[in-house]
Design a protein around this ligand. Sequence first.
Ligand code: WTA
Length: 666
Amino acid sequence: MSDTIDSTSGAIDSILVEKRVFDPVPEVVKGAAISGMQAYQALADEARSDPEGFWARMAHEQLVWHKPFTRVLDESDAPFYRWFDDGELNVSENCLDVHLRNGNADKTAIIFEADDGAIQRVSFRELHARVCRIANALKSLGYGKGDRAILYMPMSIEAIASMQACARLGIVHSVVFGGFSTKSLHQRIVDVQADLVITADEQMRGGRAIPLKAAVDMALTEDGTDHVRHVVVYRRSGGEVAWNAGRDVWLHEITDGQSDQCEPVPVGAEHPLFILYTSGSTGKPKGVQHSSGGYLLWAKLTSQWVFDARPDDVFWCTADVGWVTGHTYITYGTMAAGLTQIVFEGIPTYPDSGRFWDMIQRHKVSIFYTAPTAIRSLIKAASTDPKVHPSNYDLGSLRILGSVGEPINPEAWVWYHQNVGGGRCPVIDTWWQTETGGHILTPLPGATPLKPGSCTLPLPGISVDVVDETGASLPDGRGGFLVITRPWPAMIRTVWGDPDRYVNSYFPPEMKGAYLAGDSAQRDEDGYYWIMGRTDDVLSVSGHRLGGTEIESTLVAHERVAEAAIVGRPDAVTGEAVVAFVVLKGDLPDEAQAPAVADELRRWVASEVGPIAKPREIWFGNAMPKTRSGKIMRRLLRIVAEGQEITQDTSTLENPDVLKQFKGAY
Ligand code: WTA
């Protein structure tokens, strides 16, 4: 593990050069939910001196309970922590019914903008009714508490309503991102033992229709899927679909005539709300299991604190509901906080790269939350086509800009701050993970002085540290492993069906009970945190988390491939690019054959994992650089991929000449 830290620590100095502190409280966030550093300190101190009292107060104030909890945190089976575990509540009630009861029934909950620009608005009353109709329909098909549903859907009101309908009945959902392939979908259907699949005929992105139902049909022909009794299909495009009578039902048909009232089913606070698969350091994605009570508490609190949610805000998180960001900051936390939200079906570059700015202008978006990769690609587009530069749009409605998914480089940060926020809006660089459920390290818009490139400080109630490989705390300015030292309510509860993997991945013995995030970081003299990258082989491509090992095993499963290694190469737009090193069975392909073989392997990865995992470059060789114990030296391959000379010591290599054979990429 320490290898990775050494190899990335060079990058930190160049980041620190940009350490410029920005005005702590711009006009647009005066009087924020947490206003000023003293207010932040007061909350953080309260949480530190009496954690149970603090969390109990928050849980009482923020959530509606059917049965109040009497225990806050049960640590007796650590690291399997239990929060509020004898309390009962319903998540959907806390996201919807509460707004109907407090006079906000007619407030707009969602402004949906389709790929082609068509707009649909729904109030909290209407959204509640749709959720109830779907829940009643699922109930009439025989589904209820504890069943598992796989959702494979486009960005739509129906996707969000389906998640909420599951929550209303206590059905555990697992959303699979629409960009994943049949194979990934199948793997997840089997792993969660899904009883139900909810999908759509097709999804529309950038003017193209992409089939979804067809992928579900394929996945269900494979082994291990017998427990799926129904496939519910939302008609999005009207495209042709194959039909399996008895199994397949249309969403509009089963909801037609259903009552718009459905009693929320109370569940224990620890009842799993959802399972979301994420890449880890083995080939098999991990099913991150989240709770109902603790998760929702933190999702709602962070929505209020970090986005300074106000009644007339228009909030836009550009993430897909297939990722955790879309769960916490579209479907759950921000909805529980009562925000009016934009839900966007399309892509930032269609019909042109001014789409985001145009939408912010038209919908008067006040809080905009996106990924650095989107910002970087729009910077690039604006530099070649002045028409799509944000200066052509009135973005005066913006108050707060957010960033998530990967480190935001200071250049992109400053461009975002100046050109999108007009220098008026704080940029909130939020560090968190699928496993953390919600924000962990982030500025608070009305309090924290900003430094471009730093995700600043832990939220109140959160304790983090940077440690070495023995778990010992490191002094400021030293790169090491980022750990979270105390449990928090929205933390991952377990890896679905694999508790040992939960313990081994996140609570290895050397970390002495702290949660190991898998990122390297460093703390500066102001206590600010700077994320340096992953310490495992997880890649971040366009803000999407991909497992290097998963792509490697996929390549090796191809009949032509003997060995494969995946590394991430820094990329100005996508953060990292997937680079594959491949040893074929048989001879090395010559220059004439290599491009075709590379294309074949790319298509294979696209069909097995998903198009987002396709290697940008493939290098062919006769052997892999390995240590004497047989471990592939990815560190050296990374240098080759970056086109640099290897100056490091290669004496631990079994065969130091092996690196010379990788001559060029296809
Ligand atoms: C990375 C996304 C730097 C990090 C919410 C983490 C970040 C992984 C940031 C989790 C940030 C996320 N600065 N790096 N602000 N936010 N990351 O599970 O490596 O898809 O471990 O959750 O993204 O990705 P995930």
